[in-house]
Design a protein around this ligand. Structure first.
Ligand code: 9MR
Length: 383
């Protein structure tokens, strides 16, 4: 018994020693606080503080957080009128304790919405009125419970096709094209203090961007939207930082703020070269497309750091319209990109590695804001 307790203690001590030794002294959120919020997406394991090491690391680095999964419809209201508050309440508690703002994700999405939402009591397609009633109840119930506690909400997620037309989702088919406006109306009424966001991937692709910007302009005229969320699932060499910059300008011209809501940079090859965050677009595993199972070689690590810096330079240049930049996950080990678009690969898209150690791309973002401090760290002297 005693021996077992000692082993457990020793293991816990070595994990925390590793964590303590490698925790950067800098707080990324604080470093960028005059520019925009720096956010992170976290799973329930972390926001419930069961994963203490990650909960501490996240709180020491970020001033905004997004629930990676737990606030999606199937998590929040799996059965009609039965809301699952526990995990969301824990998240709010963790965020408040650590003075971290919350970016709610997501109220209306074509994915992970239970079937009952679109069916009547006989299992037949529900009417527009019934679906709207359910939409209103879902948005109101959640937003009112967390009124004033959730800073921004992804009200509608991923409603556009790549060509700038509306995705043919059940929301569109049953309610009609105005489902987006309706969702924003319900959200505005439920918590007028929350920033309301339209969120999508490939939001820099010109055709899609223009469709989103048109919608943003219309909603803005009616006072219903505050920001476009560009998810920011980037590849190591696509899209260009110029294309990202163009999109920021287009959204700013439409009169809304820009949030980068889900940033990561995929360093692995995509066999079909397609950029998407559509989780139905998977590809087959091939050994040659999983080259960095033993860690990221220095040259690729440097390339990744340069890519983060190039993109952050654009964000800094437009910081007047940029509200937040959120990375989609804390560390490489827990990134969704280990499973997408190919299952079972070892990806390295984030700022912290699998041991929760800050990577060169993290250091590069610190250097970008604080070149003197970074130099002095090398010599061991204060600037
Ligand atoms: O990172 C999320 C992953 O853990 C989930 O399995 C997946 C399906 O719900 O969703 C991932 O997050 C997505 C986000 O909610 C919306 N934009 C694309 C993100 C990556 O797929």
């Amino acid at each position: 018994m005693m021996k077992k307790a000692l082993i457990v203690l020793a293991a816990a001590a070595s994990v925390s020693a590793l964590f303590a030794a490698d925790t950067p002294k800098t707080n990324l959120g604080k470093l960028y606080e005059d520019d925009f919020l720096i956010g992170v997406a976290l799973p329930q394991q972390v926001t419930s503080e069961r994963d203490k090491a990650r909960a501490e690391l996240a709180a020491s680095q970020f001033n905004c957080l997004t629930p990676e999964n737990l606030m999606k419809w199937d998590g929040m209201e799996p059965q009609e009128g039965q809301f699952n508050w526990g995990p969301a309440d824990d998240l709010v508690k963790y965020a408040q304790k650590n003075k971290i703002k919350i970016h709610g994700h997501t109220l209306i999405w074509h994915s992970q919405t239970p079937r009952w939402v679109f069916e009547d009591k006989d299992g037949k397609p529900a009417s527009r009125d019934l679906v709207l009633k359910r939409m209103k109840n879902h948005i109101e119930t959640i937003m009112k419970r967390y009124k004033g506690k959730i800073d921004a909400w992804d009200v509608v997620n991923e409603a556009f096709n790549e060509d700038g037309t509306l995705r043919n989702s059940q929301w569109k088919r049953i309610v009609g094209d105005d489902f987006i406006e309706k969702a924003f109306e319900f959200a505005r009424a439920a918590d007028p203090s929350a920033k309301l966001v339209y969120n999508d991937y490939n939001a820099d692709t010109p055709s899609k961007r223009d469709g989103i910007a048109k919608l943003a302009k219309e909603l803005k005229k009616k006072g219903l939207i505050d920001a476009v969320g560009m998810q920011g699932h980037y590849l190591i060499d696509f899209p260009s930082s110029k294309q990202i910059e163009e999109a920021i300008k287009v959204y700013a011209d439409a009169g809304v703020m820009v949030m980068v809501t889900e940033m990561d940079i995929d360093v692995l090859p995509r066999s079909n070269g397609r950029v998407t965050a559509d989780i139905s677009q998977t590809q087959e595993y091939q050994e040659k497309n999983n080259p960095y199972t033993k860690g990221l070689p220095d040259d690729v690590s440097k390339k990744l750091a340069d890519r983060y810096v190039d993109i952050f330079k654009v964000f800094l240049k437009h910081s007047k319209v940029m509200y937040s930049v959120t990375v989609w996950g804390l560390d490489d080990g827990t990134s969704w990109l280990n499973g997408f678009p190919v299952r079972g690969r070892t990806n390295h898209p984030l700022l912290f590695d699998r041991q929760l150690k800050a990577k060169p791309c993290y250091d590069a973002l610190v250097n970008l804001k604080q070149p003197n401090a970074a130099r002095s760290a090398k010599t061991g002297k204060m600037p």
